[in-house]
Design a protein around this ligand. Structure first.
Ligand code: SF4
Length: 294
């Protein structure tokens, strides 16, 4: 057996409640959202209707064969813990089957809650990694405000101006990103000119470039070759990592990485992940390696 292992940085505090707990959720992701037939979901499903594969106990009838059956999108999605927060926290454990009248509010508030939990995910990292105490405090205060509104009541959540909140979160994330990336002296001419926010880097071989500290926020990295690269302080906020090659890459200190991004990418057990992020199931095929902490 190989002793090569995944090495992780420490988990970021404040994210414990931001992981899915499907056993305490009424399959809100399988009902609230609508899907059009695509490479990620092989049928049309209107919003607010249960997926035909959903079982009576809210489990997925094809959970162990989602990818072979064409439901790749289901293996990528992550609710950041919004599902159980809505099902148990806001609706007291009564499902949309128990109380059909609650359906539209429950589904609508789930979509908002997922956005709030995703913001909390990012802000926890911003608070942890900020160098400027004022920026860290701003992240902390916004986290507290979001947590407060996320606790309900439902009408307040439904009336929330999510767009303004997104803007405030984004400002803090960008500030912290600049602080962190500056510490890697990755400014101006130090980086390849194509490593820019929103850059289209799909399918490119980036293995030979110095990437540490690059701002790849919103970049298209579909099928980009990042094997064996060091992505320390690379801002990956909203970057599209579908089918990106991450085998043996070091993402342990990347900025703003999420589980859905990892789930959509290709990697191996030699890929180094930040603490608190899981190795996607499809990375594990044919590999037999251990996990240890940094
Ligand atoms: S296929 Fe399974 S996981 Fe995907 S939406 Fe349907 S029930 Fe949910």
């Amino acid at each position: 057996m190989s002793t090569t292992s995944i090495r992780r940085s420490a988990a970021i505090p404040g994210r414990d409640e931001l992981h899915p707990d499907c056993g305490n959720c009424f399959a809100l992701c399988c009902t609230a959202f609508g899907f059009s037939r695509s490479a990620d979901f092989p049928l049309d499903k209107p919003a607010g209707t249960p997926c035909p594969n959903l079982a009576a106990d809210f489990s997925c009838g094809i959970h162990d064969r989602l990818r072979p059956r064409g439901f790749r999108g289901c293996t990528v999605f992550d609710c950041f813990g919004a599902g159980q927060a809505v099902s148990q926290g806001l609706f007291d454990g009564f499902s949309w089957r128990d109380k059909p009248d609650s359906r539209s509010a429950m589904f609508a508030v789930f979509k908002i809650m997922r956005q709030l939990h995703e913001m909390l995910w990012y802000l926890a990292e911003a608070q942890e990694r900020a160098f400027d105490p004022e920026t860290g405090t701003a992240a902390q205060e916004l986290r507290l405000a979001i947590r407060k509104v996320a606790g309900g009541p439902v009408p307040g959540l439904l009336a929330l101006d999510v767009g303004t909140l997104h803007h405030r979160v984004r400002q803090i994330l960008v500030e912290v990103s600049e602080e962190v990336r500056a510490a890697y002296f990755a400014v101006g001419d130090e980086l390849d000119e194509m490593l820019l926010p929103g850059a289209d880097l799909a399918g490119l071989n980036l293995r030979t470039l110095w990437l540490c500290g690059a701002d790849l926020r919103g970049a298209c990295l579909i099928a980009a070759d990042l094997r064996g690269t060091d992505l320390a302080a690379v801002d990956l906020l909203g970057a599209d990592l579908r089918d990106a090659r991450l085998e043996d890459a070091d993402l342990s200190r990347a900025l703003y990485l999420t589980q859905p991004q990892l789930n959509s990418a290709r990697g191996s057990l030699g890929t180094r992940l930040p603490g608190g992020l899981e190795v996607p199931g499809h990375w594990q095929a044919n590999q037999n390696r251990g996990v240890r902490e940094l």
